[in-house]
Design a protein around this ligand. Structure first.
Ligand SMILES: Nc1ncnc2c1ncn2[C@@H]1O[C@H](COP(=O)(O)OP(=O)(O)O)[C@@H](O)[C@H]1O
Ligand SMILES: [Mg+2]
Length: 264
């Protein structure tokens, strides 16, 4: 359902800061695949997700979604098909707006009209049930400003908003990395729940090797702008953290297993 063919991206081409972030990535996802992505700092993980979302133009290669070449579609056009959650809990929600207004905006994503005609009665009935599923007590605070929420609550809400319109593809870029361990575990649990419930095709970048092994049906390791390891099914389930560390060492002489990954 997603097919990347020889996707290349170099930043600041022709300058002293030239950096080849993706060297020619091929990747095909099946419907319902839940892929975890690991790799050291600067491996190209975020760039990969950004190229799928259309944040930057491709240097070469193609991105296809459900058989359609979306390589030249703008970021807002692609956003209709994608759900995205980033590391920063401030990024996915509007702080000055109420919880229900944020949800209503997410519900209307890709439509021309804004909130001018208000939140419908149906939505007022629907949203509390959705929020209750998060198990954070937000269902009784529908008219609270999002800026008052904790980072974890906000990230859980962002996840709900990103998946509200059942996107074709969910892109998660270290979306629990800025949260304390307990909150991170909760948001990760919600992620698993929502992805399974709606059978969402998902790409999740994480620096936590245990999470990368435990979640999803496929694991990808990136290094220096390419995919150097791709494992799925039973083989993935059998993986251990030492296996992954060994893989890192094979490609990088150990440097790849950065502190952040080792500490998690
Ligand atoms: N917008 C940008 N401008 C210039 N260089 C960038 C930009 N985005 C990423 N890079 C560079 O591309 C490389 C890959 O970055 P990134 O995809 O963010 O890595 P990762 O997410 O795996 O840590 C890094 O060297 C990074 O500095
Ligand atoms: Mg990154």
């Amino acid at each position: 359902m997603l097919k990347l063919t020889c996707v290349k991206k170099t930043f600041n081409k022709g300058t002293v800061t030239e950096k080849c972030a993706l060297t020619g990535v091929d990747l095909t996802l099946e419907d319902g695949d839940f892929v975890t992505i690991i790799g050291g700092n600067g491996a190209g993980k975020s760039t990969l997700l950004n190229m799928i979302a259309g944040v930057y133009p491709l240097d070469s290669g193609t991105v296809e979604l459900d058989g359609h070449d979306i390589s030249r579609l703008s970021e807002p056009k692609r956003a209709m098909y994608l759900g995205r959650v980033f590391q920063d809990p401030m990024r996915g929600t509007a702080a000055d707006m109420q919880i229900e207004e944020n949800l209503a905006l997410a519900r209307r994503r890709g439509q021309h009209r804004g909130l001018a005609w208000g939140i419908t009665k149906q939505e007022r009935e629907e949203y509390p049930a959705l929020l209750a599923k998060l198990g954070l007590g937000l269902e009784t605070r529908m008219s609270a400003k999002v800026g008052l929420l904790s980072g974890g609550q906000r990230q859980a809400l962002t996840l709900l908003m990103a998946t509200l319109t059942n996107p074709k593809l969910l892109l998660l870029d270290e979306h629990t990395a800025a949260l304390d361990p307990k909150t991170a575990a909760k948001v990760l649990e919600l992620t698993e729940q929502i992805v399974a419930e709606r059978n969402l095709t998902t790409l999740m970048v994480t620096h936590n090797m245990n999470d990368a092994i435990r979640l999803g049906n496929r694991l990808i390791m990136m290094h220096e702008g390419n995919i150097i390891y791709d494992v799925r099914g039973e083989e993935k389930k059998a993986l251990t953290v030492p296996d992954l560390l060994q893989k890192f060492e094979e490609v990088s002489g150990g440097e790849l297993a950065n502190d952040r990954m080792l500490l998690s």
